[in-house]
Design a protein around this ligand. Structure first.
Ligand SMILES: [Zn+2]
Length: 125
């Protein structure tokens, strides 16, 4: 009886080993496919980074070309623009940096008037 039990135990152990070997094979295959996927993702990542850098670089050059605030400041810097700005203000538009170019809606703007005062002082002195 004792030997019979021992033989059963050995056979059971063998079956377990076979099962573990099959499981190990499955695990090995999934590790292999994960490594392949990892490598593919790394390559994708590299390509996307390169493209992103190119896109960002071209966006920066567009921003430099447009510079929307620069034209406003240049208008204030040019002395000849004073008459044009005065006319623009008379026509009912803001010439102050806060609301430049938008309608005054018939109201006087303290910021616009301050700008004219400063310019007048400069021209007289
Ligand atoms: Zn204004």
């Amino acid at each position: 009886m004792k030997d019979r039990n021992f033989l059963d135990t050995v056979m059971e152990f063998e079956q377990q080993l076979e099962l573990m070997q099959k499981q190990f094979e499955v695990l090995k295959n999934s590790v292999a496919s994960m490594m392949e996927e990892h490598q593919a993702l790394q390559m994708d990542n590299h390509h996307l980074r390169t493209r992103l850098e190119k896109v960002l670089a071209s966006n920066e050059s567009i921003e430099i070309q447009e510079k929307p605030d620069r034209t406003k400041k240049e208008l204030f810097d040019i002395g000849e623009g004073y008459d044009n700005l005065a006319r623009l203000y008379q026509e009912g538009y803001h010439v102050c940096s806060l609301n430049f170019g938008s309608s005054r809606k018939g109201e006087e703007c303290l910021f616009c008037l301050t700008f004219f005062d400063k310019k007048g002082e400069k021209q007289n002195g």
